[in-house]
Design a protein around this ligand. Sequence first.
Ligand SMILES: *[C@@H]1O[C@H](CO)[C@@H](O)[C@H](O)[C@H]1NC(C)=O
Length: 153
Amino acid sequence: MAILLRLIVVLLMLANAVNSEEVIDYRMCPDTACLVYDLYVHPCPEALHNQPCEWKENSNTSIAFKYNPDFGANIPLTQLTSVTIFMDLPFLDIDMNACLYTHCPIKKDTEQYWFYNLFVPKNYGKTFYTVKVEFWDSVSYQTCCFFFALKIV
Ligand SMILES: *[C@@H]1O[C@H](CO)[C@@H](O)[C@H](O)[C@H]1NC(C)=O
């Protein structure tokens, strides 16, 4: 299963290679308990110029990355959040079951892969978003978390 997921991620990265780019302009949350690296956002040709990724409404997008957590989790949960000065709002509508996006159980101190396939609906809201990508162990609440900037156009 891990190998299959890895293969799928590699294939999707290749398929998306035309306009999927490595995003280096992201920052970890202060209390994160993991490393995140090799972050690929599709589409994001803007990353070449260190600009926020631009996603169109009514389109399929994806976020893929490698991570190495300080914690393990049998039942990990995840959410995407749009961070604003006033409050954090859910970003897109994703299933909180993290096992849909990575191999479960999540293993401590091990490199693993993450892949979200996302759909941006029509009339979602054309603006800048600071997206918080987050997953955590439902028992210990240890969390892996980072932010990146995105524009929906
Ligand atoms: C998004 O992906 C789904 C599933 O592959 C597909 O059915 C749909 O047509 C795609 N939507 C757009 C706008 O490309």
